[in-house]
Design a protein around this ligand. Structure first.
Ligand SMILES: Nc1ncnc2c1ncn2[C@@H]1O[C@H](COP(=O)(O)OP(=O)(O)OP(=O)(O)O)[C@@H](O)[C@H]1O
Length: 234
């Protein structure tokens, strides 16, 4: 369980800054859902936190550790795991191979058995190549793979993307359990239902900055704000 504190984070690609001073807090064991229109920089924030996009300036503190400027492998060993957009399984590898390759040096309660308890559908597919799984099964596999690194902070980039509503509901139930196990969660989502199910707080990004950050209950009680910021009904 570790809190995340981001201050004045600036990052981007080549000469164009995308993040223009992000300030963001996720409490220890808390869950924040980050919303925002297309192209405002949500995925860039996730990639920057994971060390995949270089930091120009600012601070990323996970517990007592400063992670801004660290390499991705250092960030992963510090306890950050990523569920990337688009799932990114290794198509020819079986479910079993994915899970065994994912084991990390970080000790914790997320063993292969614990992951299969949480995601029983994977247990029925252990010898199947990832390419033969449904989209929902692939998403569960990627979540399971991330949990096996025993993260204290789990980053997820639009896990609902391309999934049927019933499967999105399952993803929500899984992420609520993950939270209850004490993992801090930062979820980027376009699907408001999933964002509200998982996040206890909602943040909204516009043009590379966080412009609104409130408890989920408050966000839901202010549909005009949601409409103004996102162009949709909250
Ligand atoms: N690899 C890249 N190289 C250059 N520019 C990029 C790259 N990835 C994203 N961008 C640009 O950075 C800006 C922010 O994109 P980003 O994907 O972070 O937004 P987003 O809020 O996640 O959008 P979406 O909801 O569509 O995924 C956009 O203008 C995008 O074109």
């Amino acid at each position: 369980m570790t809190a995340l504190h981001v201050r004045g984070l600036v990052s981007g690609y080549a000469r164009s800054a995308v993040l223009n001073g992000v300030d963001l807090d996720v409490d220890e064991g808390g869950a924040l859902a980050l919303l925002g229109r297309n192209g405002v920089g949500k995925s860039t924030l996730i990639s920057t936190l994971m060390g995949l996009v270089p930091v120009t300036s600012g601070s990323i503190r996970l517990g007592e550790r400063e992670l801004a400027g660290s390499r991705t492998d250092v960030i992963a060993r510090a306890g950050v795991a990523l569920v990337p957009q688009g799932r990114r399984v290794w198509p020819p590898l079986t479910v079993r191979e994915h899970l065994h390759l994912a084991g990390s040096r970080r000790r914790g309660s997320w063993t292969v058995d614990a992951v299969l308890d949480l995601l029983p559908q994977l247990g029925e597919r252990l010898s199947h190549p990832a390419a033969h799984l449904s989209g929902g099964e692939q998403q569960m596999l990627v979540i399971g793979r991330a949990l096996l690194t025993n993260p204290s902070l789990l980053l997820l980039d639009e896990p609902s993307d391309g999934l049927a509503p019933a499967i999105v509901e399952q993803v929500g139930a899984v992420l609520r359990t993950v939270r209850q196990e004490g993992v801090t969660v930062l979820l980027v989502e376009q699907n408001l239902r999933l964002a509200f199910t998982v996040g206890e707080r909602i943040a909204v990004m516009e043009k590379g900055r966080i412009v609104h950050q409130v408890p989920t209950r408050q966000f839901r009680s202010e549909p005009d704000t949601a409409r103004r910021l996102l162009g949709v009904a909250g």
